[in-house]
Design a protein around this ligand. Structure first.
Ligand SMILES: C[S@@+](CC[C@H](N)C(=O)[O-])C[C@H]1O[C@@H](n2cnc3c(N)ncnc32)[C@H](O)[C@@H]1O
Length: 274
């Protein structure tokens, strides 16, 4: 694994948060299901060369490596050393020799246009300059190659949706899944980055969660890098915001719990041939 990357304060915080989570990131079936579904949607074949951006613990990369076989190759990049260490451990355990891992910033990559697929699963909200970055990723594809993204609707993750509303009342704007929030927004993003033949598959991964689990998310949210604008609030304002957050969640409770929408878009786009 090649390692050297300079990160700004935000990206260092992202890297640290994910390194901290890396030991239990693969627990449960949510992330593995999305990774598997992205691969199914985009289609991966023997001998192909795949770039998995924000590879994390390598869920996409490992499955892709098995599909491309020994004549193919997968490159996985991420900024979090903890996540990459997990990926490395899994690659060694699986005995795969066709995956290269790099610690690198998704917004500052250098590759030639040799990839059949460029994939990114569940990481786009963490990309600071999304439009420019998608244009950069477009360059790494061979003509006729496909980008495959797994992103979430603006209605997804109820605790985030409620937190955004509460923060707005205090003049704080939190951006989570807003840029990929609807099918139309996803389509426009990809078109503006130069992709053609855009296809979007919309699927629901939501379930009911308990009020207590939803309330517990408050503390975690404060440590999440995308919530750092909340740091501008005073202690009193934060206490008031927390009370508002709890009140709003209580109002959403039904006898089954709180519906946690996870509308997910699998977005594909093609680099024009020739
Ligand atoms: C939610 S995880 C997704 C991991 C993996 N793609 C998956 O589906 O399981 C988000 C990942 O994005 C990585 N990440 C965030 N910003 C990044 C950036 N600028 N460059 C590279 N990786 C980044 C994080 O370190 C983390 O591993």
């Amino acid at each position: 694994m090649s390692n050297f990357v300079e990160l700004d304060e935000f990206k260092q915080q992202v890297a640290d948060v994910y390194s901290h989570r890396s030991n239990n990131y693969d627990e449960g079936d949510f992330h593995p299901r999305l990774a598997h579904r992205l691969i199914e949607c985009v289609g991966i074949y023997k001998g192909q060369k795949i770039l998995d951006i924000a590879t994390g613990t390598g869920l996409v990369a490992l499955e892709a490596a098995q599909l491309v076989g020994s004549e193919g190759k997968v490159v996985g990049v991420d900024i979090s050393t903890g996540m990459l260490d997990q990926a490395k451990r899994k690659i060694e355990a699986a005995g795969l020799s066709n995956i290269e891992l790099r610690q690198a910033d998704a917004e500052n990559l250098e590759f030639d246009n040799s990839f059949d697929r460029v994939l990114c699963c569940s990481a786009l909200p963490l990309i600071t300059n999304l439009q420019a970055t998608l244009r950069l990723w477009h360059r790494f594809l061979k003509p006729d190659g496909l980008i495959g993204l797994c992103v979430f609707a603006e209605t997804a993750f109820i605790t985030g949706v409620v937190l955004q509303k509460v923060a707005q009342r205090y003049g704080v704007s939190l951006i989570f899944n807003d840029l990929t929030g609807t099918e139309k927004k996803c389509c426009t993003l990809l078109q503006q980055a130069g992709f053609k033949d855009i296809e979007i598959k919309t699927e629901q991964y939501g379930s009911y969660i308990s009020l207590s689990a939803a309330k517990k998310s408050w503390e975690g949210s404060l440590k999440y890098p995308l919530c750092r604008p909340l740091a501008q609030l005073s202690i009193e304002q934060l206490q008031q915001a927390k009370a508002d957050y709890f009140t709003q969640l209580e109002a959403l409770e039904t006898d089954k719990g709180i519906w946690n929408d996870i509308t997910t878009f699998f977005v594909l786009g093609r680099k024009k041939a020739g």
